[in-house]
Design a protein around this ligand. Structure first.
Ligand SMILES: [Zn+2]
Length: 154
């Protein structure tokens, strides 16, 4: 029987988002997100359950960017009329390099954490790590956090 071990890593990143239609969060604003990623899985050939550096690499993609929802009705990617790729979303326009688009309708902490989990599992598999279970607790501020969990095969 394979012994299941776990690792965990604290993460932090700063990002802007907007929750359109929300009373308070409907205007563009930012958070200093903090969190903990816990991964359970068997020991890989590397002698690690998971490589911390892969987590850092994924989190870096969420740092100092604007997080936008994948909402085709209100967002378009415009690469034809600018010297550098731009993303137009509602009344906003950003250089594409400053934006990450997540595959959800709302850029809530819940969905940001789910997206982080998907990326961490995906890059792990590419690098020979089997993630049996991943839990991410993500704090949006000192009072509010979410917890997402995914198991292998979810
Ligand atoms: Zn917010």
């Amino acid at each position: 029987m394979t012994k299941v071990n776990s690792i965990s890593r604290e993460i932090e990143f700063s990002a802007a988002h907007v929750l359109l239609g929300h009373d308070k969060c409907g205007r563009m604003h930012g958070h200093n997100y903090r969190g903990r990623v816990t991964i359970e899985g068997p020991m890989a050939k590397t002698g690690m359950v998971y490589d911390y550096n892969l987590i850092s690499e994924i989190v870096k993609g969420f740092d100092h960017v604007v997080i936008l929802p994948n909402e085709p009705a209100s967002m378009k990617i415009n690469i034809e009329f600018a010297s550098a790729p731009q993303i137009e979303w509602g009344d906003y326009r950003f250089p594409a390099s400053d934006v990450i688009v997540i595959p959800f309708k709302h850029t809530t902490a819940e969905n940001i954490a789910k997206c982080l989990a998907q990326h961490i599992v995906g890059i792990g598999i590419e690098n020979g790590y089997r993630v049996v279970r991943i839990v991410i607790e993500l704090w949006e501020n000192e009072r509010s956090s979410v917890v997402v969990e995914a198991k292998e095969g979810d």
